[in-house]
Design a binder for this molecule. Structure first.
Ligand code: SF4
Length: 327
């Protein structure tokens, strides 16, 4: 059975994740319409057509200026086991595009669309590397991400180091090992980013243990749903207090973790290192002064958003320790 290339990175760490992904509809994080834009990029490129999607337009502009022969834009690509000549399709996927350069180097791309500022490096994506092996067929290749961000005027590309032909056998080995992993749960730091965790007994067991302090039970999710907590007006206040307890524990622990990291302790989670840096101060403007000067065109008003706060309940007397001791 061929495996979806997008599952390979997770599959390399845990054999159960791909199995769960095929059993259940995947919960998509493409809420910002990234999939629709990817399809529009493929359609417009194939038809040599204009697009009204500004994000697709930025991607097409990048492709048009990349100085290579572009093909396979958002098209299905199979990784056949050419190295062992078995003809078996190990994985298949839809890379964003394949670009071949005059010097023989191949670049296999994915699109990062929307507002994804925190994204793994392209060389951490085994699925994209598998697509690189499929497209390069023994030639040197890189994998890359073309970032099409909403607030950037143009698309930009982030590329991996070069995979010379001598390095390909090791990459084939990684792909074969991933697709042939036994379908058993291997819990670890990677569970945080596993989209199948709500179907996974191993994760649910660990989540249930973590939620004991919240006084909640997590039940296995039904198809396509996140775990449902049973919250009513009778239980909500108790839950809110418990959440505050957890938050205060976090407030107690987090500054100590940050101080430890600043003093040189290494903290690596799921391949990412927690670090401290001095950020540039944010630029702000005096809105009142701008309004007074009639410069309202320089004032940006964001979309309304939902927020939560605590407000006093009329007629409710806060219980004091004195009142409590009398009762
Ligand atoms: S939650 Fe963790 S253990 Fe469960 S399938 Fe995902 S990666 Fe595997």
């Amino acid at each position: 059975m061929k495996t979806g290339a997008h599952l390979l990175t997770q599959l390399e760490r845990c054999g159960l994740s791909a199995e769960l992904a095929t059993q259940h509809r995947e919960i998509s994080e493409d809420s910002s319409g990234g999939r629709v834009t990817r399809e529009e990029i493929g359609r417009a490129w194939a038809a040599r057509d204009k697009t009204l999607d500004p994000r697709a337009d930025k991607a097409l502009m990048w492709l048009a200026g990349c100085h290579g022969l572009v093909h396979s834009v958002n098209e299905e690509l199979d990784l056949t086991d050419d190295e062992r000549k078995t003809g078996e399709v190990l994985a298949s996927g839809k890379p964003g595009a394949v670009v071949e350069f005059a010097d023989g180097e191949v670049l296999v791309l994915s699109w990062v669309i929307g507002s994804h500022y925190d994204y793994p490096e392209p060389e951490e994506d085994l699925g994209l590397i598998a697509m690189g092996l499929a497209a390069a067929k023994g030639r040197p290749f890189r994998v890359g991400q073309v970032w099409v961000l909403d607030d950037a005027p143009a698309a930009a590309c982030r590329r991996s180091p070069l995979y010379a032909p001598e390095s390909h056998p090791a990459l084939w080995h990684r792909v074969r090992s991933a697709v042939s992993r036994p379908k058993i749960a291997c819990p670890g730091q990677w569970c945080i980013s596993c989209k199948q965790r709500i179907y996974c007994e191993a994760w649910l067991t660990r989540a249930a243990a973590a939620l004991v302090i919240l006084g909640l039970e997590v039940k296995a999710a039904k198809e396509g749903q996140i775990p449902k907590l049973d919250i009513t007006s009778a239980t909500a206040s108790d839950l809110a207090e418990r959440i505050k307890t957890v938050e205060s524990l976090v407030d107690f622990a987090k500054p100590q973790l940050q101080a430890a990291v600043k003093s040189g302790v290494r903290c690596v989670v799921n391949g990412k290192e927690y670090y401290s840096r001095l950020a540039d101060g944010r630029e702000t403007a005096d809105v009142k002064a701008l309004k007074a000067a009639g410069l309202t065109e320089y004032i940006k008003v964001g979309d309304p958003y939902e927020t939560f706060g605590w407000r006093k309940v009329p007629g409710f007397a806060v219980a004091t320790s004195k009142a409590r001791s009398k009762s």
